[in-house]
Structure formats: structure tokens, C-alpha cells
Ligand binder design. Sequence first.
Ligand code: ADP
Ligand code: MG
Length: 255
Amino acid sequence: MEDMLTVERISQTYQAENGELTALEEISFSVKEGEFVSIVGPSGCGKSTLLSIVAGMIRPTYGTVFLHGEPVTGISPSIGYMLQRDNLLEWRNIAQNAILGLEIRKQATPENIAYANSLLKAYGLWEFRDKYPSQLSGGMRQRAALIRTLAVKPEVFLLDEAFSALDYQTRLAVTDDVHRILKKEKKTTLMVTHDISESISMSDRVIVLSRRPAHIAKILKIDFADPDLTPLEKRKQHQFQDYFNTIWKELDVHV
Ligand code: ADP
Ligand code: MG
């Protein structure tokens, strides 16, 4: 498969109160079309910075991000971004929230609204379309946020610790849910997380970042015998523990 996204020699230095702070140092990797890649690294190493650069929201100090070979120079409609907070608008019902991104982009055409509705139907939220976010569970809210992002048909999906606000049980269910939907919709995904298990269970490849200044410590291909296992099922495989130990060692966590 062709490379969809290429991150080439990205470095980022911030001006902090007590001098310069280098968050990222020479980060390079590619993500293929339809691939699910995650980036794990310790808190504060620069993961959100990296994702903001990929999203075109920050110009890096050095290096270039390419989408289909074209440099990303600003916020691109081809890139969808999901954060820890679902950012649903409480005064809009679920159907109205689902088309928010379309409205913001002035693309709320009948066809696009029909597509958003088809996603609500396909992923079990159609009966809840008249409900308000406060009437939904955390998991369903996250699914609604996912559908809102899918509705604008981004080519690349970015997830920044998107599940860390959820309680553990919900998080397991939601990662299964989100993984299934993104694979079914054949989305190219780049996710950052500090949760090693989450990265192994969802990804085709895991990129491990070092402590700050973050550089790539390791890139690990995740291969289970049965590629159709769900994230929850992968957690039960003996291989899972091996992957976990490999990443844990790379992260070199001190307590
Ligand atoms: P992570 O998402 O891995 O926890 P971040 O990318 O949020 O890490 O931050 C990496 C480092 O850069 C942190 O030390 C943070 O304090 C610093 N940082 C982030 N944004 C800014 C900024 N706008 N100005 C200065 N320092 C920043
Ligand atoms: Mg972060």
C-alpha cells in the first residue's frame, strides 16, 4: 500500500520561561493507507505536539509533514482530529452534533447530511438522534464524536489520548468500538497514547518515543496470528504480554 502520511525529520523547540525546551528531535516515519499506527511515550515527551504538527495546527521548528506527497502547511480538511474531550455541544441533539463539522465547513448538503445519518444508523445511534449528549453514556458520546469526525470524510484520523477520560471498563468497550468502525471505514489512523496496552491492542504498528527531547526509540510491528481479533481479544493472547514487555523496556520507566 502507498504511504498516505509521511513525517520527515520533525523537530520542535519551544521558547519556555527558562530558555528553550526541545520537545521533538528528528522524528521521521510514514503511515500507509488504511494502516493504524500508534505512538506511545511518557507524559510530557511531545506526543500532543507531534499530533498538532501533523494536523497543521503548529508549524514545526524543522521538518515537513506530507499528506499524499504534498506538504501540510495549515489545517487540512483531509485530517480529522479527536481529542480526550468529546467536545459535543450540549445544546444540540445527537443528529445536530453529527453534522456540526459539515456545517462549520459549509458542506451541510443533503448528500452529506444523508451520509452522516447513514453513519448514525450503521453504528447504533439513530434511535438516539433526538437525545442530547447529557442523556448518553460516555461510550456513546465518544461514538457520536467519532461519527461527527467521520461525516466530513477525512483521509487521516488523528486520536490524542481520546479514551483517557473514560473509566476503565468503558474504555475497553470504546476502543473495540472505535477500532471496528475505523477499520470498517478503512481509515488511516495515527493515535497517540501513554497507554501501552491500548496501543498494542489497536495498532498495526507502534512507535515508541523516548523521554524529552523525544526521538523514536523503536518501531514495533504488531502481528497476531489472526488479524481479525478485536482489541479486547488481542489483550488475551500470550503474545500481547511479549509486546508489552518490549515496549515497557524501551520506555525505561523509572518510579
Ligand atoms: P505529551 O502530549 O506527550 O504529554 P506535549 O506535546 O503536550 O506532551 O508537551 C511536550 C513538552 O512541551 C512539555 O514539556 C510541555 O510543557 C511543552 N509544551 C507544550 N506546548 C508548549 C508551548 N506552547 N509552549 C511551551 N512549551 C510547551
Ligand atoms: Mg498530550
